[in-house]
Design a protein around this ligand. Structure first.
Ligand SMILES: Cc1cc2nc3c(=O)[nH]c(=O)nc-3n(C[C@H](O)[C@H](O)[C@H](O)COP(=O)(O)O)c2cc1C
Length: 313
């Protein structure tokens, strides 16, 4: 099939996307900041850094440390806040042709709702990703994402505020049973789920016997977490999402097209690229090319046919 055209477009929660590759929140800025290195519009979707109602300074430094196969971050949702986002970033987003999803975070449900209400009428925005899984903040963050009742409450409140925009709920891996949380989000109106956010972790400086990060702990991302992320995507796909007809956006350690394909085969309809962009800013665009090549080599006419195609040995 070397020269035959393959279809790598996907249906994602009612949207037709050119391909299944997104940027992951917090790793590619608010809009087109990586534009010198990466043609953002060649991707399937762009997810902004988390936006909160008011600006946040985030945690004290050091707030990043490399690990053997990834990194820890404890950024603590540092961001410019909603007003500056609207003033400075939205005009840039309006020039981008890639569907843009605004990642929203907060300490209170009302803060999430306030951000989504303000942005729901914006034509330039395709939807929202609800960050209820950030491990690096004292209030809000992951605490919403651990309890199915709170997941339900925040998802339905934001669902109302989001109008007809797509609502993606981002899940944490640091929970007892991720399928319980996934079900709560879907029943409360999530159109899609993204998984996973980072794992709470720690690096110790043995000379000073102190944690390397000022926040003590940070979120582990990168290749180290990929097999766990693939497992959790497959679990949620089999136990909840497939039957509910809700698409999954899989992420965690994706660097190559082969990594991304693992997630699709495990049940994700789309993938997002995070930490890899720090090493290779155009990693996401390269993955799009690599996925197309894979389809040609394997006689796959439609990439979406791979979704959930995992079979037993
Ligand atoms: C430096 C850094 C900042 C991040 N900031 C956010 C954020 O603002 N909101 C969010 O939902 N996730 C954030 N994440 C989590 C990523 O979007 C992603 O879920 C996680 O890193 C796993 O994917 P990866 O291994 O490809 O990086 C951040 C990750 C990193 C490494």
């Amino acid at each position: 099939m070397t020269n035959r055209e393959v279809d790598i477009s996907i249906d994602f929660a009612g949207l037709r996307l050119a391909n299944p590759v997104f940027t992951a929140s917090g790793t590619c800025g608010y809009a087109d900041e990586l534009g010198d290195f990466l043609d953002i519009n060649s991707l399937g979707g762009f997810i902004t850094k988390s936006i909160t109602h008011k600006p946040r300074k985030g945690n004290p430094v050091p707030r990043i440390v490399e690990t053997d196969a990834g990194m820890l971050n404890a950024i603590g949702l540092a961001n410019i806040g909603l007003d500056r986002f609207i003033e400075e970033k939205l005009p840039v987003i309006a020039q981008m042709s890639v569907p843009v999803f605004v990642n929203v975070a907060g300490e209170l449900i009302e803060e999430y709702v306030a951000v989504v209400e303000r942005l729901a009428g914006e034509k330039a925005i395709a939807g929202f990703e609800l960050n209820i899984s950030c491990p690096n903040v004292a209030k809000g963050g992951i605490s919403f994402g651990r309890d199915p009742e709170q997941v339900s409450e925040i998802t339905s409140a934001v669902r109302k505020a989001a109008g007809d925009k797509v609502l993606i709920v981002k899940l944490s891996p640091c929970v007892m049973d991720i399928s319980v949380i996934a079900r709560a989000a879907i029943e409360a109106g999530a159109d899609a789920l993204s998984l996973i956010n980072t794992f709470t972790a720690m690096v110790v400086d043995v000379e000073s016997r102190t944690p390397v990060l000022a926040n003590r702990t940070g979120g582990l991302s990168g290749p180290a977490i990929k097999p766990i992320a693939v497992y959790l995507v497959n679990k949620v796909y089999r136990e909840v999402a497939k039957e509910a007809g809700v698409p999954l956006l899989g992420l965690g350690g994706i660097r190559t097209a082969s990594d991304a394909l693992e997630f699709l085969i495990a049940g994700a309809s789309a993938v997002a690229v995070g930490t890899a962009s720090f090493i290779q800013p155009d990693a996401a665009a390269r993955i799009v090319v690599g996925m197309r090549d894979y389809c040609r080599r394997h006689d796959v006419a439609r990439l979406s046919d791979l979704v959930g195609s995992l079979t037993s040995k």
